[in-house]
Design a protein around this ligand. Structure first.
Ligand code: ADP
Length: 162
């Protein structure tokens, strides 16, 4: 039984993330989407909100669960019996950063392998920051994020001054 962990900020989850989750759940027996509560970043959505949005988006995927974590990823992965860390790769610019993190994690936890999945071409430009910028200024994010995220972005920015 191979349990993989897909960590990230997911602030908020996009269809690019969802595409990686959907493909990975067919490869691994069990997939944990791990929402990072990072004390160095001020997110738009709380960790619980981010978790809930992902849970809604993966409701039809029986072998996918969502958890919030803080601290070191390898400690969390070990505590859940994960043997694989999954990351998505978009541009070649992702590669340098991701390799550095993967090698650092391997140094700390040699029994856990990092696996990269390349993005699907239609999502290669997509990231959470772009989505937030579009939504902040009243643009349409349909097709870029799951419907529940689209709704919450609208609510968030209609209550926050621009
Ligand atoms: P982090 O803050 O850790 O980079 P993100 O939430 O931005 O977390 O991304 C989590 C993971 O998803 C990363 O591996 C990132 O490369 C990947 N990812 C983000 N957007 C896409 C996309 N459009 N296609 C494929 N992978 C993606």
């Amino acid at each position: 039984m191979i349990v993989a962990i897909y960590p990230g900020s997911f602030d908020p989850i996009t269809n690019g993330h969802l595409d990686i989750i959907d493909r990975a759940r067919r490869i691994f027996d069990h997939l944990i989407v791990a929402v990072l509560q990072n004390p160095n970043k001020v997110p738009l959505f709380s960790a619980e909100e981010r978790k809930r949005m992902i849970e809604e988006a993966v409701a039809d995927f029986p072998n996918v669960e969502v958890e919030v974590f803080d601290g070191l990823l390898v400690h969390f992965a070990r505590s859940r019996g994960c043997r694989v860390i999954l990351r998505g790769l978009r541009a070649i610019s992702d590669y340098e950063y991701e390799t550095q993190i993967a090698l650092t994690n391997r140094k700390m936890a040699p029994e856990i392998e990092t696996v990269f999945l390349p993005t699907s071409t239609e999502y290669s430009y997509l990231n959470s920051t772009v989505v937030k910028e579009i939504a902040r200024f009243g643009g349409c994010v349909r097709g870029l994020v799951p419907p529940g995220v689209e709704r919450r972005l609208r609510e968030k920015f209609s209550s926050v001054s621009r």
